[in-house]
Ligand binder design. Structure first.
Ligand code: CP
Length: 300
């Protein structure tokens, strides 16, 4: 992975995945061992959209590896506000940093940026496209809690606009998981993703009701309805709040069910789930640090 861009989860082979996850587990067990692994490296954080977890965990990761981060700041406080193009922005920033972490509202932005620079570009979310580093921490959390053998994962909510879903579906295909997609008809997986999964031989099932599959799942990955991606607010209102889980619903799930969410949540997981043994989403967010440490160590 050294000096390569990471744009899509489609780039990750099973071997890549296992290598990063194994290294992340070693780092989580002994973070001091890598305290100087990226000594002198500078990571540029270029976030054209809001972020809490991705941005802060990348910053934490590079700091714990002995490196440092420089932050472009939001769109409002950078020269993007003056109309500077993405291409010019990243061409300038590659002169300051050893790698660029980029989040952008446009699908394909990370791929485009990577064509203008020689330092690695890490896609931290491009519109409704991909979010491959989220996928690595999701897989780490799944492997820790449920393992990859004979794995059944339910993915529920906004499958149309959810970039974490699109990335995760590709990676779950690589670990031979059974994939169960639960959504309203209007928020089904995009045709292009379904086609790719079919071509890759994925084991895919689709539902509109969670009750039809809940009892068969090892992992339930809940997602937020991506309000900011709907072209029409009325369309959002028609589906908002429809796909929600609570502690009562989970009484019919397997005792060992792992409930995940990339976060932030709005109301799709009730607060009473937080008190159950199923809730794994905060652990999942925390796993972002060792996983991104392992990734940065490999790339830098
Ligand atoms: N999961 C995720 O990408 O969270 P942020 O938007 O806070 O980075």
């Amino acid at each position: 992975m050294r000096h390569e861009h990471l744009i899509s989860a489609k780039q990750l082979s099973r071997e890549d995945i296992e290598t990063v996850l194994d290294r992340a587990a070693e780092i989580a067990a002994d973070p001091e061992a890598v305290a100087e692994a990226c000594d002198g490296s500078l990571l540029a954080l270029c976030f054209f959209e809001p972020s809490t977890r991705t941005k802060m965990s990348f910053e934490t990761a590079i700091t714990r590896l002995g490196g440092d981060a420089t932050d472009m700041g939001g769109v409002e406080s950078s020269s993007v506000k003056k109309g500077e193009s993405l291409a010019d922005t990243v061409r300038v920033i590659e002169g300051y940093a050893d790698a660029i972490v980029l989040r952008h509202p446009s699908e394909g932005a990370a791929k485009l940026a990577s064509q203008f620079v020689d330092v690695p570009v890490i896609n931290a979310g491009d519109g409704a496209g991909q979010h491959p580093t989220q996928t690595l921490l999701d897989l780490y959390t799944i492997r820790e809690n449920a393992g990859f053998d004979d794995l059944s994962v339910g993915i529920m909510g906004d499958l149309k606009y959810g970039r974490t879903v699109h990335s995760l579906a590709h990676a779950l295909t690589n670990v031979d998981a059974n994939q169960h997609f639960i959504s309203p008809e209007s928020l089904r997986l995009p045709r292009s993703v379904r086609y790719d999964l079919h071509e890759a031989g994925a084991n895919v099932h689709e539902y509109t009701e969670i009750d039809d599959v809940l009892g068969a799942l090892d992992v339930l990955y809940v997602t937020r309805i991506q309000r900011e991606r709907f072209p029409d607010e009325n369309e959002y209102r028609q589906v908002a709040g429809e796909y929600r889980i609570d502690a009562e619903l989970l009484e019919s799930a397997d005792d060992e069910l792992t409930v995940m969410h990339p976060l932030p949540r709005v109301d799709e997981i009730a607060a009473d789930v937080d008190e159950t043994n199923h809730a794994t989403y905060f652990e999942q967010a925390h796993n972002g640090v060792p996983v991104r440490m392992a990734l940065l160590e490999a790339m830098l």
